[in-house]
Design a protein around this ligand. Structure first.
Ligand code: SF4
Length: 861
C-alpha cells in the first residue's frame, strides 16, 4: 500500500495513479493517459518520503508516504504559474490551473516569447504566444499518429515549438487533430473549437467515412441553425482508442446546408419539380413497377438497416435478386477467396490483434490514405517492435517504415506470393501442426509451389530473390502473423487468385483462429461488410447464404411471409448493361452515385437515360439524381439511427445527432413508406425493429439488437442474446484447401508505363476539405520516367491508354518505382474513368484498376 495524504491505497502504477485512486487531485498539464509519461511541466510535483518527485512518472512504491498539499508545494505551484505567465499567455486548462495556484503575473518581469502565429493550415491554428512547452502535442503527434510533424527546438528562452521550415500547412501534418485534443493552453486550436455557439447536445455515434468504424462524439450547437460544431473521439476502449483522422474529425464541413435536398422532387414535363411526400411515394412506386423489371442499388455508406430493407424490397416487392451496392465489386475477390478458405466473407482477425502480432504484412493497401486511424495503429505497432512487411508498387507512408518493402511490379502479385510460399516450404518455415489439423491438399500444393522460386520470378516481380526470401523468413519465423490487404490485391485480372494466395500464406503460417493472428480485408466504404451481411448482393441472402440454398430461402420465407426468387440476380454493371439493352426498366437507388461508382461512366449514363423509372434516395442532388424521375430526400450521416459494420465485423450503432433539414426523412422511414405504397406494409416502425427482423434471417447475427449495441459494438458471430461476440473467427471445421494458382500475365503489362488508379490522401480527406490544397487531378510519375519524356513538375500531360485519353498535370513522386504512374479517382474520376480498361477479374468482374498500360506526352508544346 501507499499512503496519499493519509489515505492508504494499493501501490499500483505511478504516484499519480495512486493519488487518483485515493481521490486526491493533483494538477497535471503534460500528462495524458494515451501518452508515455513526460514529466515536462512539473505541475504534478508531490512529496514522497521527504523528496519532491513528479507524480506522473514516478512508480508508486509500497510503504511510501506521499503529501500533495504542503504549503511549500502550494508556493512552488504558484511560482510555476508566475513563470508561465512571464513567458506566455496560456488559455484554457493551463490558465485555469495558473489562476487556481494564485499566480497573477506580478512576480516576474514579463518576457514573452515571440508571438509566432501560423494560421495557414486548413484545420490547425498555432498561436505560440500561448504555448507553455509541455510537449503534449509533440508526443501526441509521435505516439498516436506517428507523423512527427511537430518538435521542440532551441534552448533556454529561445525554446519553441517547431515544424520544420516554412508554413505549417506545407509540413508533414496529416490533420488528424491529435495535437488539438491534448493542448492544455490553446496554443493549438481548430476553427471547429472556436466557441461561437453553445453546445446543446452531444451524441455518441460511429464515423461513417471508412471501415475502421471509429467511435465519435458529435457536438451540436444552438446557433441560428442547429448544426454540428465539432466532432471528437469517444472512449479509449473503442477501435480508434481516442484517435481520429482528418475525415472523421472534419468531414462534417463537407456538405454546405444549401446543397442538401430538403423536399421530394418529381419529374414533370422533363424537369424535376417539388412535390409532397405522398405524391413522391406514389410516383416512386408507380415508376418502379416496370414491365421490363426493376432492380435496386444501394451504397455501402448506408446503414445496415437501410440496406436490409432495400434488399427486402427488391426481393419481396420487385421480385428480383437484382440488388447490389456500388463498391461491392472492389472486394468481391476477397469474399470469394475467404469463403473458400475460412468459411466467411469477412475478416478472421480484429484490429486489436495487430497489437498482439509480431509480424504484420500489409499487401496492396495504403491505410494512410484510406483507413488512417488503422494506419496510425499499424505504425505504432511497428515502432513498438513488430516486424512490418509491406507489399506495394508504391513507397506508401507505411512502406517507408517497413522492415521489408516488396515493391512489386504492378500485375505481378501472383508470382510474388507464390515465391513467398515456395520459400516457406523450401526452408521448412510452415506450421506443421496447423496444416495437419486444418488444411487439405498439401500433397498436391507442395510440389506445385516449390517450382515458384524467388529466383525464377525476380525479374517478373521486380523484387530481388534475396529480398523475397528475407520477407518469407520473417513471416515463417513469426509466432503471430497478421495480414491485411486492400484494393491493390483485388483490383487485378487475377484478383480472386491473389487473395487465395494470401489465404495460402495465412494457412501455411497457421495464422487463423489464434490471438494476434488473422487476415483482414481493408474494405474502403464504412459499411461494406454490413452490406454483405444485410444481403445487399445479387447472389446472397442476409447473413451470406446463397440464394439457391433452399433452406436459407425457407428461413427468409418464414420471417417475411414472402418467397425469395431462386435465380441469382445481376450485379450492378450487369443491371446497367441490361438497362441499356432495354431489358431492365426501373431502378431504386439508395445513396449511391452510380455515375461515379460504375466502372464505365458513359455506359452508366446511357443506362440511366434508358430507364422508364429511376427513383433516387439521397441527401444531395448527385449527378445520378439529376437523371431521376423521383428524388426522395433522406437523412445524412449524423441524422440517422442504425448500425454500421466495420472491417473487423464489428456492428456498431450510429445515432441521430440532429434532424435532417427541411422535409428530408430518415431512409428507413422512406423505405417503409415505399413498402406500404407498394402493397406490402411492414409491421416495422424503427431502425431497431428493422435490425430485429434482419437478425431473425441471419443465424450469426441472431443475438444482435439495438439495445445490446447501445452498450458497445459487437463483432459477429453473435448467435444469441447471451453471446459476447467474436473478435476472432475460429479456424473452420472443414479443412481448407491450399490453392494452386499459376501466373497469367495481364495484357496491360505490355506497356512501358503501368498506371495504378487509386485513392490519394488529399482525395481521402477531400470531403473534409482537409489538406486539400492541390486542386485537380495529378498524374504522379517517377522523376526518371518524366525526364525521359521531357516532362517536369506541374506540366500538362496527355495520358493515353488503349481505352481513352485524359489531360492532367504531372507531379514527380518519390513514392513510385520506375515504370509506374499513379492517378487518383478524384474529381468524379473523369481522367481515371477515361483511361481504365475493360479488364476484369475472371471470377467476380472486379475491374483491373491497378494496372493500365499507358503512354504520356507533353501537352503544352
Ligand atoms: Fe472515420 Fe475512418 Fe478516419 Fe476513423 S479512420 S475517423 S472511421 S475516416
Amino acid at each position: 500500500m501507499i499512503t496519499i495524504d493519509g489515505r492508504p491505497v494499493p501501490a499500483q502504477g505511478t504516484v499519480l495513479d495512486a493519488c487518483r485512486a485515493a481521490g486526491v487531485p493533483v494538477p497535471t498539464l503534460c500528462h495524458d493517459p494515451r501518452l508515455s509519461p513526460g514529466g515536462h511541466c512539473r505541475a504534478c510535483l508531490v512529496q514522497m518520503d521527504g523528496a519532491w518527485v513528479a507524480a506522473c512518472h514516478t512508480p508508486a512504491r509500497d510503504g511510501a508516504t506521499v503529501r500533495t498539499d504542503l504549503p511549500e508545494l502550494r508556493e512552488y505551484r504558484r511560482d510555476l504559474g508566475e513563470l508561465m505567465l512571464a513567458e506566455s499567455a496560456p488559455a484554457g486548462l493551463a490558465r485555469e490551473h495558473v489562476a487556481r495556484w494564485g499566480a497573477d503575473g506580478a512576480r516576474y518581469a514579463h518576457r514573452p516569447r515571440p508571438a509566432v502565429r501560423d494560421h495557414t493550415h486548413a484545420h490547425v491554428r498555432l498561436d505560440l504566444d500561448r504555448c507553455i512547452l509541455c510537449r503534449r502535442c509533440v508526443r501526441a503527434c509521435e505516439e498516436i499518429q506517428g507523423a512527427f510533424a511537430l518538435a521542440v527546438e532551441g534552448r533556454g528562452a529561445a525554446t519553441r515549438l517547431a515544424w520544420g521550415g516554412g508554413a505549417f500547412a506545407d509540413g508533414t501534418c496529416v490533420a488528424c487533430g491529435a495535437c488539438l485534443t491534448v493542448c492544455p493552453s490553446e496554443a493549438l486550436t481548430s476553427h471547429d473549437t472556436a466557441p461561437h455557439f453553445r453546445d446543446v447536445r452531444v451524441t455518441r455515434t460511429t464515423c461513417g467515412e471508412c471501415s475502421v468504424g471509429c467511435a465519435i462524439v458529435v457536438h451540436v450547437t444552438d446557433g441560428p441553425d442547429e448544426r454540428v460544431s465539432h466532432v471528437e473521439a469517444a472512449g479509449l476502449d473503442a477501435p480508434n482508442r481516442g484517435h481520429l483522422c482528418a475525415r472523421g474529425r472534419f468531414a462534417h464541413h463537407a456538405i454546405e446546408p444549401g446543397e442538401r435536398l430538403t423536399q421530394p422532387l418529381v419529374r414533370r414535363n422533363g424537369a424535376l419539380e417539388p412535390a409532397s411526400w405522398d405524391e413522391a411515394i406514389v410516383a416512386a412506386c408507380e415508376g418502379l413497377h416496370s414491365p421490363r423489371g426493376a432492380g435496386a442499388i444501394g451504397s455501402a455508406r448506408a446503414t445496415g438497416e437501410e440496406l436490409y430493407l432495400l434488399q427486402k424490397f427488391a426481393r419481396g416487392v420487385l421480385g428480383t435478386n437484382d440488388v447490389d451496392t456500388g463498391s461491392r465489386l472492389s472486394h468481391a475477390p476477397s469474399d470469394v477467396a475467404f469463403r473458400e478458405a475460412f468459411g466467411a466473407a469477412a475478416a478472421t482477425a480484429s484490429f486489436d490483434d495487430l497489437e498482439r502480432a509480431d509480424v504484420l504484412m500489409v499487401t496492396g493497401a495504403d491505410p494512410d490514405a484510406a483507413h488512417p486511424v488503422l494506419a496510425a495503429r499499424l505504425r505504432q505497432a511497428a515502432l513498438a517492435g513488430a516486424t512490418l512487411i509491406v507489399v506495394d508498387p508504391r513507397r506508401t507512408p507505411l512502406a517507408e517504415l517497413a522492415d521489408v518493402h516488396l515493391a512489386v511490379r504492378p500485375g505481378a502479385n501472383v508470382p510474388l506470393l507464390n515465391a513467398l510460399a515456395c520459400t516457406l516450404l523450401e526452408e521448412d518455415l510452415v506450421d506443421h501442426a496447423f496444416l495437419e489439423s486444418h488444411v487439405a491438399g498439401l500433397d498436391v500444393y507442395a510440389p506445385f509451389v516449390r517450382r515458384h522460386t524467388p529466383e525464377r520470378w525476380q525479374d517478373v516481380t521486380g523484387v530481388p530473390a534475396a529480398t523475397l526470401r528475407r520477407a518469407a523468413r520473417l513471416l515463417g519465423r513469426a509466432q503471430r502473423p497478421w495480414f491485411a490487404h486492400g484494393l491493390g490485391v483485388t483490383e487485378h485480372r487475377q484478383g480472386t487468385d491473389t487473395v487465395r494466395l494470401l489465404a495460402n500464406l495465412a494457412l501455411l503460417t497457421g495464422a487463423v483462429g489464434r490471438e494476434g493472428t488473422g487476415v483482414l480485408p481493408l474494405r474502403p466504404e464504412a459499411n461494406a461488410q454490413g452490406a454483405l451481411d444485410a444481403g445487399a448482393e445479387p447472389g446472397r441472402l442476409p447473413g451470406g447464404a446463397r440464394v439457391d440454398d433452399a433452406a436459407a430461402r425457407a428461413r427468409v420465407l418464414e420471417v417475411w411471409g414472402r418467397p425469395v426468387p431462386e435465380r441469382e440476380g445481376r450485379p450492378l454493371d450487369a443491371m446497367l448493361a441490361a438497362a441499356r439493352a432495354g431489358e431492365l426498366g426501373a431502378l431504386l437507388v439508395l445513396g449511391e452515385d452510380v455515375l461515379r461508382s460504375a466502372p464505365d461512366a458513359r455506359c452508366a449514363r446511357e443506362a440511366l437515360e434508358s430507364l422508364g423509372g429511376l427513383v433516387v434516395m439521397d441527401s444531395v442532388l448527385t449527378p445520378t439524381a439529376t437523371w431521376a424521375h423521383v428524388v426522395l430526400p433522406i437523412a445524412d450521416a449524423f441524422e440517422r439511427d442504425g448500425t454500421l459494420t466495420s472491417a473487423e465485423r464489428r456492428v456498431q450503432r450510429v445515432r441521430r445527432a440532429l434532424d435532417p433539414p427541411g422535409d428530408a426523412r430518415d431512409g428507413v422511414r422512406v423505405l417503409l413508406d415505399l413498402f406500404a405504397a407498394c402493397r406490402w406494409p411492414q409491421s416495422l416502425e424503427t431502425p431497431a425493429d428493422v435490425l430485429a427482423d434482419w437478425a431473425r434471417t441471419w443465424p450469426e447475427g441472431a443475438g444482435l439488437s439495438h439495445a445490446r449495441l447501445d452498450r458497445g459494438g459487437l463483432a459477429w458471430p453473435v448467435p444469441d442474446a447471451a453471446h459476447e461476440g467474436s473478435p476472432r473467427l475460429a479456424a473452420p471445421a472443414a479443412r481448407a484447401r491450399l490453392a494452386c494458382v499459376d501466373f497469367e500475365r495481364s495484357p496491360e503489362m505490355r506497356g512501358t508505363l503501368a498506371l495504378l488508379l487509386g485513392q490519394r490522401f488529399e482525395h481521402a480527406a477531400g470531403r473534409a476539405g482537409s489538406a486539400d490544397r492541390d486542386g485537380g487531378e495529378w498524374l504522379e510519375l517517377h522523376a526518371e520516367d518524366a525526364a525521359e519524356r521531357g516532362v517536369d513538375e506541374g506540366d500538362r500531360v496527355r495520358v493515353r491508354s488503349e481505352h481513352g485519353e485524359a489531360l492532367v498535370r504531372a507531379r514527380l513522386s518519390p513514392r513510385l518505382r520506375r515504370g509506374t504512374a499513379y492517378l487518383s479517382f478524384r474529381d468524379s474520376g473523369r481522367a481515371a474513368g477515361a483511361l481504365a480498361g475493360s479488364g476484369r477479374d475472371r471470377e467476380t468482374g472486379c475491374p483491373e484498376y491497378k494496372l493500365v498500360a499507358i503512354e504520356i506526352e507533353h501537352a503544352d508544346g
